[in-house]
Design a protein around this ligand. Structure first.
Ligand SMILES: *[C@@H]1O[C@H](CO)[C@@H](O)[C@H](O)[C@H]1NC(C)=O
Ligand SMILES: *[C@@H]1O[C@H](CO)[C@@H](O)[C@H](O)[C@H]1NC(C)=O
Ligand SMILES: *[C@@H]1O[C@H](CO)[C@@H](O)[C@H](O)[C@H]1NC(C)=O
Ligand SMILES: *[C@@H]1O[C@H](CO)[C@@H](O)[C@H](O)[C@H]1NC(C)=O
Ligand SMILES: *[C@@H]1O[C@H](CO)[C@@H](O)[C@H](O)[C@H]1NC(C)=O
Ligand SMILES: *[C@@H]1O[C@H](CO)[C@@H](O)[C@H](O)[C@H]1NC(C)=O
Ligand SMILES: *[C@@H]1O[C@H](CO)[C@@H](O)[C@H](O)[C@H]1NC(C)=O
Ligand SMILES: *[C@@H]1O[C@H](CO)[C@@H](O)[C@H](O)[C@H]1NC(C)=O
Ligand SMILES: *[C@@H]1O[C@H](CO)[C@@H](O)[C@H](O)[C@H]1NC(C)=O
Length: 465
């Protein structure tokens, strides 16, 4: 029900980046590997590595690709050319194993500190993501200093992220999401100058986000969501001018959003929801004219929403619900033609509601402004939001005014309508409201005078409160 911001849609976004980069690397590395034999000592190393793990169940996140998934290691050892084994890529000249892709490979077991993996120093790609591996990342991982792509995402790795990851001088992608890593991010992360993707989400990392993160000038994706980071968001993030996707949601960060964020002019998604951030609406964000999704919800922001918010002219989704914003909604917000989702419920917005010059035709799908302190008439121009499927105005103090409910009749796509507690003397004709939209599945009219001209059909199993 919450636009782009439910976790079910955020996870695929992250996965999508991972898949894109994997397919990109596949193209780069897919050298013909059939015509030469691998080095015997590397074959033995791979077979020893295979023996370190058991075959378990397919990781939950691999289900969508089930058809493509196979126990890659099953074919290992059937012939002596390890370069032809599934998941293995060799350098055509040196015959060294340079790529190990065991993503979604049913691997189960503990990653040992003496794992044979340390004997594959020429690896440039290492993907053990979406298996069922436990244990810690050993310090020697930093000796695999040729790595440009490392993913351990979607396992049960624990312990600290070793500072030796700072040795991945060529590293462009580092994915450690969905594990049980604890402790701070080592400040050596600032050595990974070539990093373009960094995803540490869904762990138990804590402490402050290191200031050195500002060195990673090439980062385009930074995902630190769902950890226990605290303290201020480092202003150095404002140096990451290539960032397009920044997600810090679900942490305990406090203080204001740094004004240096005004430099992030490539940013299309900023998600800081579920933290303890405070201060006024971050004016710096109004410079990010490419922003399409902004979530500030579930923080402690206060003050008014700025009238020049419409400078975010590409905005599709704004969620600032569950804060302490006050004043009214700047009517310029409704002039942004790309806007699909507005979530401003659970604030202390007040005054009268005005929609101003609504962009025409309005594309808005969701308008959730309930649990505020609006007073006065419901603007008739609400009838111009003809594509709305969710509208929540409740409660809305019309101060005993009559309400002409036919203003809702053009909203033919409504699925979810909350008009409870309007403080109006008018009586709502229940059957009229039902007739406006065939898709209505949730309707709340409680706290109002409601009449029914006909009996409700027993076949009507829509959820009516
Ligand atoms: C490899 O050999 C094993 C048994 O030796 C067999 O079960 C498996 O199907 C073989 N895999 C391939 C890809 O040939
Ligand atoms: C790693 O060490 C353990 C004992 O600590 C041993 O049982 C295991 O065989 C070793 N594995 C490798 C790959 O050397
Ligand atoms: C890793 O590199 C360090 C320093 O180069 C070296 O002392 C150490 O033996 C290496 N560890 C392994 C497991 O190769
Ligand atoms: C990044 O921005 C900060 C301001 O927050 C600045 O002091 C610093 O010199 C910049 N450079 C780096 C590499 O962090
Ligand atoms: C942000 O926008 C304001 C107003 O348009 C402008 O004065 C300022 O220079 C901009 N800052 C940056 C960093 O682009
Ligand atoms: C928006 O308005 C504020 C003042 O309310 C101003 O400081 C800021 O520079 C403006 N930003 C843009 C991008 O217009
Ligand atoms: C809205 O609330 C703020 C803060 O409580 C108050 O200062 C302001 O006068 C209110 N505005 C209106 C129009 O009621
Ligand atoms: C309303 O917006 C339309 C197009 O977006 C524009 O042509 C019209 O002049 C605007 N009207 C007012 C009163 O601002
Ligand atoms: C409803 O409106 C009346 C008339 O303005 C007002 O006295 C009353 O406080 C309002 N009730 C609520 C619950 O807002």
């Amino acid at each position: 029900m919450k636009g782009l911001w439910n976790s079910a849609s955020i996870i695929p976004v992250t996965l999508c980046f991972i898949l894109l980069s994997i397919y990109y690397l596949k193209d780069v590395l897919a050298a013909p590997t059939m015509h030469f034999l691998c080095r015997p000592e590397q074959r033995d190393t791979l077979l020893a590595l295979e023996n370190e793990f058991h075959i378990g169940k397919l990781n939950y996140y691999c289900q969508p690709e089930r058809i493509d998934s196979h126990r890659k290691t099953e074919s290992w050892g059937n012939n002596s050319d390890c370069c032809s084994w599934k998941g293995i890529t060799c350098n055509a000249k040196s015959r060294e194993v340079v790529g190990l892709d065991l993503r979604c490979s049913f691997l189960h077991g503990r990653f040992h500190s003496n794992s044979s993996l340390q004997n594959l120093p020429f690896l440039t790609t290492l993907d053990l993501s979406f298996n069922d591996l436990t244990g810690q990342i050993p310090y020697w991982i930093g000796n695999l200093s040729n790595l440009i792509y490392l993913s351990f995402s979607g396992n049960h790795f624990s312990g600290r992220i070793p500072s030796s990851i700072g040795n991945f001088f060529h590293l462009t992608s580092l994915y450690l999401s969905n594990n049980h890593f604890t402790g701070r991010i080592p400040s050596s992360v600032g050595n990974l100058f070539h990093l373009t993707y960094l995803d540490l989400s869904d762990n138990q990392l804590s402490g402050q986000i290191p200031f050195s993160i500002g060195n990673l000038f090439h980062l385009t994706l930074l995902v630190f969501s769902s950890n226990q980071f605290s303290g201020q968001i480092p202003s150095s993030i404002g140096n990451l001018t290539q960032l397009t996707f920044l997600q810090l949601s679900n942490n305990q960060c406090s203080g204001e959003i740094p004004s240096f964020f005004c430099n992030l002019n490539q940013l299309t998604t900023l998600d800081v929801q579920r933290n303890m951030l405070s201060g006024n609406f971050p004016i710096a964000l109004l410079n990010l004219t490419g922003l399409s999704a902004l979530s500030l919800s579930n923080n402690q922001f206060s003050g008014v929403l700025p009238p020049n918010i419409s400078s975010l002219s590409k905005l599709m989704d704004i969620d600032a619900s569950d804060n302490a914003f006050t004043g009214t909604i700047p009517s310029s917000l409704f002039t942004i033609p790309s806007l699909l989702f507005i979530g401003l419920s659970d604030n202390t917005l007040n005054g009268t509601l005005e929609f101003g010059n609504i962009s025409s035709p309005s594309n808005l799908l969701e308008l959730a402004i309930g649990n505020n302190n609006f007073k006065g008439p419901i603007p008739r121009s609400i009838s111009r939001f003809v594509n709305l499927w969710r509208l929540d105005l409740s409660p809305f103090d019309t101060q005993g005014r009559p309400v002409d409910f036919s203003i809702f009749s053009p909203l033919k796509s409504l699925e979810d309508l909350d008009l409870s507690y309007l403080n109006t003397t008018s009586t709502i004709d229940f059957n009229d409201i039902l007739s406006y939209s065939k898709s209505l599945s949730y309707l709340d009219l409680s706290g109002n005078h409601v009449s029914t001209t006909n009996k409700i059909s027993v076949a009507d199993h829509r959820h009516i409160a």
